[in-house]
Write a protein that binds this ligand. Structure first.
Ligand code: NIG
Ligand code: FE
Length: 414
């Protein structure tokens, strides 16, 4: 009978991130890479990590398959992207060009751009077309080392169209080796084709949409864009309250352009508050007193050409900081998590350890997943191998060094 064990190595540097703190600053000295290491897997999980030559004896005793590496590799946990909108139709290249030629948000919107444009393109796409587009983006992410991908709805903005998106995300999850974590973002913006106000729309979503999501097990997470022009704290509170009563976890698009959403995130005990580019010191202090994870989205800062989330201040205040791509057609079209995280590191003076924690185990926690993001016994065997001798090469090359091999649940996909 084939053994369920498998040994991989020798690995020049194994960066397990084991033992790193869940929140606050982290120094590179705390990383302690293991040289000439091995990873002994059992099924889709990590059974043991250690020095390759020592693990080899143990592996032979249990008849493990051997995957012998014949060049230098640095091994890291698979990356976790805790915030994306990769299920969408169309393109907003026109918005991007207009914005870069100085046009305002209002002018772009009047020219037919903005979120509403993507809503129309996404509604127009058939479920099959959306599946093909979403799967292609998930596959690109996986090949770049992202083994867990959160994906939001939010371009449907009606019960039927939001369900279409969430069913597409569920279907794509069964087609890709990556784990997709779906989030309902029906509260993205008020759809233009209804006559009711914000409160009426959210009431309808809570009454009509959320129960079906639970019934079909499409998602356990509810997100909202709390911002001027989207939803106010007053609009969103009854909706979040109902969602929470139904058992949904809460996450918030917060403080993107103005300080607003992070206080809501804290009040509801959200898993995460994402964006936070406009957070004030008071917001940061409030977040630091809570368990809410701060998710920086450098891709949106790069896409819109505006400032970065004050990540350094947040870490120094003791927050847990995750870094996600926000991959979406409007504000963050690039979708390269590693490049964006590296760039945030240079602007915010983050250590390698802080950036890598932010795209692995701290990001997993933002998704309430506690079985991934570190390479230790019992964790999922999700890991990436970079052709390098020193882990510091990875962020130094600012995203240009891509993983040579990607393993999801112990299976090699690249
Ligand atoms: O996370 N801030 C709101 N939502 C998205 C942008 C969506 C879009 O422009 O299509 C974001 O940046
Ligand atoms: Fe977003």
């Amino acid at each position: 009978m084939k053994s369920e064990f498998c040994l991989i190595g020798p690995i020049t540097q194994l960066v397990s991130l084991s033992g790193l703190p869940e929140r606050g600053p982290v120094k590179d000295e705390e990383i302690q890479p293991l040289a000439q290491a091995g990873l002994l897997l059992k099924g889709n999980k990590i059974y043991k990590t250690g020095v390759y030559q020592e693990l080899k004896k143990q592996a032979e005793a249990v008849g493990a398959a051997l995957v012998e590496l014949d060049q230098d590799y640095v091994c890291l946990p698979g990356f976790v992207d805790a915030h994306t909108h990769i299920c969408f139709g169309g393109s907003r290249a026109n918005d991007y060009a207009m914005r870069n030629s100085g046009k305002t948000y209002l002018e772009i919107s009047e020219a037919g751009g903005g979120i509403w444009d993507t809503v129309q393109q996404t509604r127009k796409a058939s479920a099959h077309e959306l599946e093909v587009l979403t799967l292609a983006r998930a596959s690109r992410h996986l090949s770049e080392g992202v083994t867990t991908i959160e994906v939001k709805s939010g371009y449907g903005l009606s019960t039927q169209e939001e369900l279409k998106m969430l069913r597409v995300i569920q279907a794509v999850n069964s087609q890709t080796p990556a784990d997709l974590v779906a989030t309902c973002l029906a509260a993205h913006t008020l759809p233009r084709d209804i006559s009711g106000n914000h409160a009426a729309y959210l009431q309808e979503m809570a009454a009509q949409l959320l129960p079906v999501i639970l019934e079909e097990k499409l998602s356990r997470r509810v997100d909202a864009f709390v911002e001027k022009g989207a939803f106010s704290a007053e609009d969103i509170s009854p909706y979040f309250k109902k969602a929470q009563e139904m058992g949904f976890d809460i996450t918030v698009h917060a403080d993107q352009f103005s300080s607003a959403g992070s206080a809501v995130a804290v009040a509801f005990g959200a898993l995460s508050a994402d964006h936070l580019e406009a957070s004030t010191q008071q917001d940061i202090d409030r977040l630091a007193q809570s368990k809410v994870i701060a998710v920086a989205l450098p891709g949106a800062s790069i896409g819109l050409g505006c400032g970065f989330t004050p990540a350094r201040k947040m870490l120094d205040a003791g927050l847990s900081l995750a870094i996600a791509s926000d991959w979406n057609p409007g504000s963050a079209p690039m979708g390269d998590l590693l490049a964006q995280a590296a760039i945030l590191g240079t602007f915010e003076k983050l250590s390698n350890a802080e950036v890598l924690s932010g795209i692995t185990f701290r990001a997993a926690q933002a998704l309430n997943l506690h079985d991934r993001g570190k390479l230790e016994e019992g964790f999922l065997a999700d890991f990436v191998l970079f052709a390098a001798k020193d882990y510091k090469e990875i962020l130094y090359q600012q995203g240009k060094l891509k993983p040579a091999k990607v393993f999801k649940g112990g299976v090699l996909f690249k």
